[in-house]
Design a protein around this ligand. Structure first.
Ligand code: F6R
Length: 241
């Protein structure tokens, strides 16, 4: 594991974007596993700038996102498809047909999950998977559980996640109670994993994930066995290490 501790969010976003930028320079056909949420927003803004400056192109890039709220359609401004279009895809030269975000409106999540995993596998797996982390240690929407679930699947969101994510909604009752998430197999098969976290509220999850036992009750702890894990933190998120 490579651990990079940054003085603040800006430096974290800078370092995270540098990794993606050098990957795209080396391989313009990279396959990126992407995350939503507050943490990667600065990184996406830097990637948009790098594309505007013609430093990198997304023309031949393919992407697979981690998750989507179940029940939200892509036009809903709280959906993760909307977030990705708004923060990255609408502002770079990517072919949207090469971008995948799990659908929140499918009827058979089990069948759909299999197809999503197959599509990732057929593409040769992701070259890098970007991950944020929940305050409860979730990655994607793999919530604390008795087992690590390998496949892309439907999950019930925990009270903690619903309350953490309610900041994006007008009312806590508007937060969807379920989501479709990539499972551990597709996450762990990424050639490189980039975990980013900032803020004191992530310190405990980071400590347990990186220093504690590997335990599905702390889903991110599985990353300890990934052969190429890069963790970029600000000082607050690193404060318990
Ligand atoms: C989002 C995702 C989640 C978030 C996590 C942290 O696609 O998979 O695991 O990364 O909930 O969210 P933020 O960055 O908003 O603190």
């Amino acid at each position: 594991m490579e651990l990079i501790i940054c003085k603040d969010y800006e430096e974290l976003s800078q370092k995270a974007s540098e990794i993606i930028i050098s990957m795209l320079k080396e391989n313009p056909k990279s396959i990126l596993g992407l995350a939503t949420g507050s943490t990667p927003e600065g990184m996406y803004a830097n990637l948009v700038k790098a594309n505007e400056n013609n430093e990198i192109s997304f023309k031949d890039v393919k992407t697979f996102n981690l998750d989507e709220y179940y029940g939200l359609d892509p036009e809903n401004d709280q959906s993760y498809r909307y977030f990705m279009n708004d923060k990255l895809f609408n502002h770079v030269d990517i072919n949207k047909e090469y971008t995948r975000v799990p659908s929140g409106t499918i009827e058979n999540p089990e069948e759909y999950g299999k197809k999503y995993d197959e599509e990732i596998e057929n593409a040769g797996g992701t070259d890098i998977q970007v991950l944020g982390i929940g305050a409860n240690g979730h990655i994607g929407f793999n919530e604390p559980s008795d087992v690590f679930t390998p496949e892309t699947h439907l999950v019930k969101l925990t009270e903690k996640t619903i309350s953490d994510n309610s900041r994006f909604f007008e009312n806590i009752d508007d937060v969807p109670k379920e989501a479709i998430t990539m499972g551990m197999k597709s996450i762990m098969s990424a050639k490189k994993v980039l975990l980013i976290a900032n803020g004191k509220n992530k310190a405990d999850a980071i400590y347990k994930s990186l220093r504690g036992p590997i335990d599905p009750k702390v889903p991110a702890s599985i990353l300890q066995v990934h052969p190429d894990l890069v963790v970029i933190l600000d000082e607050d998120a690193a404060s318990l290490l």
